[in-house]
Design a binder for this molecule. Structure first.
Ligand code: SAH
Ligand code: SF4
Length: 352
């Protein structure tokens, strides 16, 4: 079977080109074609000889994903992409324009797994269960397609699509490193955020390896018993363990850490605000509040007023907060609301 070229990092490509008697710099040129120029055909790589282009085409598949559908929100321009993998699974990515207050921020929210094994109660992806990890090339190809189809160059990446990135550590980190290449996408390490439900050993490894990317931790409840009801991960890796690890190690690491907090009606009381304040008394951490999206979860969605009261409560206590606007609500286009399977079924229904 042919291999996927986007699964190779620079070092591996240098190795490959050297083995076939080509110069090392071919690796850089190839990465430049794949990501900076973002071509979708080996024949377009005009600084390679015709023979080399043909050889690459015989040996490798350039793009592991095919685009199945694209939905654009009429409200805020958010774009949702449905991709099919070579083995007929579906994954989604989202292009978010002007996310939050930062001017000109263009974010692609990418998936790291087909489905997710973590079983969070509020999450659409959880309903699929775990199918498989995405390869490095499948992670990168989402960005290539979104850029080519939209004609827009994102300057921000969040691993907040389908899946738990820290259960696919090697491929996710390899892809992040490739995104950072100056001769590729050239995305700054400060613009790449990996979101996790809290896989303790992977967070520890990430810090110990001094990985430079931002981390977002999905907290979502201030009481362990309640968190356990909504996020089964709390049983194996209690959030307390993770916050202890971070307070012990953050002085050594320079990672930017945000806490994600999906707001339901029943986790935004004054007591919750107080507990949040206490939890992050010493840490230099920003709280990112996300209104719970509508979905198949039967959980109570807070009103605008209830959210405002909670934010006020936190602000009085000087907890640094930002609120994520619910993007692409007309196309279920928010991160955390992605379910390639469901979307496909809906699509089939529409086609009937
Ligand atoms: N598995 C990782 C990353 C993907 S989920 C994680 O859990 O962090 C990305 C974010 O979407 C998480 O913060 C998650 O809490 C949030 N999310 C999931 N379902 C949601 C929903 N129904 N409404 C709002 N946010 C949701
Ligand atoms: Fe997986 Fe994240 Fe969804 Fe939980 S919230 S099921 S960890 S994708």
């Amino acid at each position: 079977m042919k291999k996927f070229i986007k699964d190779y990092n620079h070092e591996e490509l240098v190795d490959f080109f050297t083995k076939i008697g080509e110069k090392e710099y071919r690796a850089r040129q190839l990465i430049n074609w794949l990501y900076e120029k973002n071509v979708n055909d080996f024949s377009l790589m005009t600084n390679f000889s015709k023979e080399l282009r043909k050889f690459l085409d015989d040996e490798f598949i350039l793009s592991p994903l095919t685009i199945e559908d694209r939905l654009i929100s009429g409200i805020d321009g958010t774009e949702k992409y449905l991709f099919k993998t070579f083995d007929n699974h579906y994954i989604e990515s989202v292009l978010i324009k002007n996310e939050m207050s930062d001017e000109g921020r263009l974010t692609v929210c990418i998936s790291s797994q087909v489905g997710c094994p973590m079983g969070c109660r509020f999450c659409e992806t959880a309903k699929i269960g775990f199918v498989r990890n995405l390869s490095c090339g499948e992670i990168l190809d989402q960005i290539c397609h979104v850029r080519r189809i939209s004609g827009l160059k994102n300057n921000n990446i969040v691993f907040m699509g389908m899946g738990e990135p820290f259960l696919n550590y090697d491929n996710v980190l390899k892809a992040a490193d490739i995104m950072n290449y100056s001769f590729g996408f050239h995305l700054s390490v400060r613009k790449i955020t990996i979101s996790t439900s809290g896989i303790y050993p992977a967070i520890e490894r990430f810090i110990d390896e001094r990985r430079p990317y931002n981390i977002a931790l999905s907290l979502n409840d201030t009481e362990p018993t309640k968190r356990l009801e909504n996020m089964p991960v709390e049983k194996k890796y209690p959030f307390k363990m993770i916050s202890d690890l971070l307070s012990e190690k953050t002085t050594a690491s320079r990672n930017r850490i945000t806490i994600e907090y999906v707001m339901r009606k029943d986790n935004i009381s004054k007591e919750d605000a107080k507990r949040l304040k206490k939890m992050f008394k010493y840490a230099n951490i920003k709280l990112n509040l996300i209104p719970l999206n509508e979905g198949n979860h039967n959980l109570p969605i807070p009103t605008k007023e209830e959210i405002e009261d909670f934010v006020k409560e936190l602000e009085i206590m000087n907890v640094p907060v930002s609120i994520r606007k619910s993007m692409g609500s007309d196309i279920s286009g928010a991160c955390g609301q992605l379910s390639g399977k469901k979307y496909k079924q809906e699509k089939e229904l529409l086609c009937k």
